[in-house]
Design a binder for this molecule. Sequence first.
Ligand code: SAM
Length: 347
Amino acid sequence: MESQKLKELDRVFRQHGIEAEDTFKVISAYYLNVHKPSDVSSLLEQFWIEGNSILERITNDNIAIQTLEYTVAFDYYGECLPIIYQFFLGKRFRDLSGKFFTPKNLAKFMVKMLPIKSNVSIMDPTCGGGTFLIEASKRWNNCSCRLIGNDVDRMLVALSETLILINKNPNHNAVFFNDNIFDVPKAQKQFFETIDYIIANPPFSLPIESFEVTSNLFKLGYRNSDALFIDLCWKYLKPSGLLVCLLPHSIITNKEYEKLRLEIEKFWEIAAIIVMPEGVFNTTSNTTTRADIVFLRKQSDLKNVSRIVFANISDIKHLNYDTNLFIEHYSELSNIISDFETNYVKN
Ligand SMILES: C[S@@+](CC[C@H](N)C(=O)[O-])C[C@H]1O[C@@H](n2cnc3c(N)ncnc32)[C@H](O)[C@@H]1O
């Protein structure tokens, strides 16, 4: 959606004193009104009610209603909703809470690393705008799966759930939570040791003072969100479950993470590390943060991973997701993925 259209939406609602978060709510409610999904969570139901009560304030403004109608008609499946979120809640993205969306093509590439099997549970514990869950749901198109999303930000949980519901696939069931993952409430603990795949872009470098989970990395003195995220995923996954996530480049290279890397080798098998250049998030945020793709399998009694891919994408110009992203490494990666398909994923 071009910025001209976003500004127009902003102008139309501002005339009624509706702005920022409220504009996002009313637009989302309109998408929901058009699709009328059933089985909404209580969180989304509340968000939907709030959006509709804002909508009541503008029902006499034909231009505002037409603007909403056009927006949804041109974007029936809500692909623009994350952009709308970013535009109207931009300030939240600039604070220090590790919020930015993963570029869609990067998410798609990462989801392709997960072997397709029916009835798997796929989790994104920090799902943000739902980018990974949507891509997973597309890849699992004809296959059954369970999608589990969580984010600490209520508005983002509502966004992810809205997107999954309006793109509803009858083979899938989805459940969403609005929790702090480092606080692991009871409702989340039920998933420990049950998840087949985790796909995520966790918040980087947030200081974590207390962690509800028994964690070797915490005991070793690591207090940052990205490091502790690895231990949390280990808890969630079944033996031989797969983790594909983005982690800060410093974890892969810096001396201070040496003990963390040794710990990973003890409890995980490394399938691939793909070092990416600065600028991978250019399309969705201004951050210059460097992030690498880390592909791990939780250790189990299955045969060891027989190959490991280490790839270094040295320049942003090599990141062309639409053509043959990482072409020289992809054939090796595909071998690993097909190995997982045949031998390595425990049912
Ligand atoms: C880098 S963003 C990635 C979001 C998502 N993967 C996407 O691409 O849209 C990290 C996400 O982690 C969430 N987050 C930060 N701290 C969290 C916490 N303690 N518990 C759960 N989610 C958290 C943020 O709200 C944000 O949506």
